[in-house]
Structures are given as structure tokens and as C-alpha cells.
Design a protein around this ligand. Structure first.
Ligand code: SAM
Length: 251
């Protein structure tokens, strides 16, 4: 998958040289190309990519021309059709289902804003979609772009050592929008004397499946009830959630 990133700070993306994304890069599952608006400034003497906002007010705004030229270069760098995305706190909140759709794209151009943001005419004329990573303000779009790339790359075939890892994660289709169930590893009893739930070590796969579903339902109910509001429970799920709630009352 091809990512073209429009950024004033390409060096920041060295954070993607680690872990799963770093390994995927080495396997050529993705390629990153950077386009710095500074390299497209026409008035080399002034050398500015930003200017004061019309109408007054604090801060600076990224100018149209260097950004537009950088986007066009990124588009023309190969023959692949690209989706052009501006990372912005005003965009739609990215969910796992969106990440799944992005992972099917052959090429994405990501625009990382800085300062007060980018000139509105770039947003209305040059980008396809505006996406946010959360209701808070970052100093720039680079971290948001990296968050997006990381989440997308996990879904590329071959990126994860065990491809089933991505299948059972929170928000995934196989968990049907629920949170992941709790995980345990050795030792069976930890230094506080707390034991791994018995059901996980007795080898009864059906009992494990039901316990995990019950935990997923229960923790979604407790931690993210909003995820359950548009989701009906089938009869098995309704019974398991009831059981989970009764057990938690007893504790
Ligand atoms: N003035 C803008 C506003 O209030 O909507 C915020 C500009 S912010 C300081 C600078 C840049 O950071 C933005 O252009 C955008 O690219 C990026 N950014 C900030 N918060 C973000 C978020 N929650 N999601 C994605 N990008 C974000």
C-alpha cells in the first residue's frame, strides 16, 4: 500500500520504523513517500509556507500554493488513484470500520496540518475526506497520520505474525462491535496470589468461547455502553450478559 504524506516534519515519521509497521515496511507491504510544502514554495526569498489569517486573529495559516503543489506531485508520482485525506479535528471520528475500508485502498495521500490549520480553499478543492482521531487538539496532523497508518497497516495481509490476531480485537467484525475479552498468560498464579480463571485452563473450547463472549459483553456494557445502544443482543448474548452482571454484583 502506498502512503504519500504532505508534512512539514517528515522526520517525525521515523516512529513508524518500529514494531509491526517497521517490519511491514521491511517486507514492502507499505511504502511511505514524503512531500514537504517547504520544497514547493515559489517565493524562495520569503520561503514561507504560512501567513497571517485574513480577518485577523491569532496564529498562522498554511498557504494554498505550496500545499496544492505538494498534493499534485503526490498524485502524479505514480498512476495509482489516490484517496486524499486531511487529518483534522473537524473531520469525522475514525472508527475501526473506517480503518478497514482505508486498508482496501491502494494509495492514500495524508495531509498533516500545522499552526491554525490549512487554507479553507485546499479543504474545499483538493481533498476528498477530512478525518479526526479524537475530540482534542493536536499541534499538528503528523501524529494523527501515524495513528491512521499504524491502524491500517495491522490489517494488511502479512503484516501480523498471526493473521488471526486482528480478527478478535475490540471493534472487529468477529466480535461484532464488542470490546475484546480479558487475556492471561503464565504463571497460573501471580505474585499477588491471583489466579487465571479456571475455565481458560481446562481445555473445554465451548466453555472458553462462552466465557469470552460473556466477558466481551460485560466489559462493553461497563466500559463502553454506547457500543451496545445500536446493537441488539441475541438470546445467548442476553443470557450471558445477565450472568455477567449477576456475578459482578456478587463480588
Ligand atoms: N484551528 C484548528 C481547529 O480548531 O479546528 C486546529 C488546528 S491544529 C492546532 C493543527 C493541525 O493539527 C490541524 O491542521 C490538523 O492537521 C492537526 N490536528 C489537530 N487535532 C487533530 C485531531 N484531533 N485529529 C486529526 N488531526 C488533528
Amino acid at each position: 500500500m502506498q502512503f504519500d504524506i504532505i508534512t512539514l516534519f517528515p522526520e517525525m515519521f521515523s516512529a513508524l520504523n518500529y514494531g509491526i509497521v517497521g517490519r511491514a515496511k521491511k517486507q514492502d507491504l507499505l511504502s511511505l513517500r514524503f512531500w514537504n510544502p517547504r520544497d514547493f514554495v515559489q517565493d524562495k526569498q520569503q520561503g514561507r509556507v504560512d501567513d497571517r489569517p485574513y480577518g485577523g486573529g491569532p496564529g498562522m495559516v498554511m498557504q494554498v500554493q505550496p500545499l496544492r503543489d505538494a498534493i499534485n506531485k503526490a498524485k502524479q508520482a505514480d498512476d495509482t488513484a489516490a484517496k486524499i485525506i486531511y487529518l483534522s479535528p473537524q473531520g469525522r471520528l475514525i472508527k475501526q470500520a473506517d480503518i478497514q475500508r482505508f486498508a482496501e485502498q491502494p494509495k492514500i495521500i495524508l495531509i498533516a496540518g500545522r499552526y491554525e490549520g490549512i487554507d479553507e480553499r485546499v479543504i474545499s478543492n483538493d481533498i476528498d475526506e477530512e478525518w479526526s482521531i479524537g475530540d482534542y487538539i493536536l499541534s499538528g496532523g503528523e501524529l494523527a497520520a501515524m495513528v491512521m497508518i499504524d491502524a491500517i497497516v495491522r490489517l494488511l495481509p502479512g503484516a501480523l505474525g498471526d493473521p488471526t490476531s486482528a480478527i478478535n480485537e475490540s471493534f472487529s467484525d468477529s466480535l461484532d462491535g464488542l470490546l475484546d475479552y480479558p487475556h492471561y498468560t503464565r504463571p497460573v498464579i501471580d505474585s499477588n496470589g491471583q489466579a487465571v480463571p479456571e475455565v481458560l485452563i481446562n481445555g473445554d473450547h465451548e466453555a472458553i468461547r462462552r466465557w469470552r463472549l460473556m466477558q466481551s459483553l460485560g466489559r462493553t456494557y461497563l466500559k463502553r455502553p454506547d457500543l451496545l445502544t445500536n446493537r441488539s443482543l441475541n438470546p445467548e448474548e442476553a443470557v450471558l450478559l445477565q450472568k455477567f452482571l449477576e456475578c459482578s454484583k456478587e463480588k
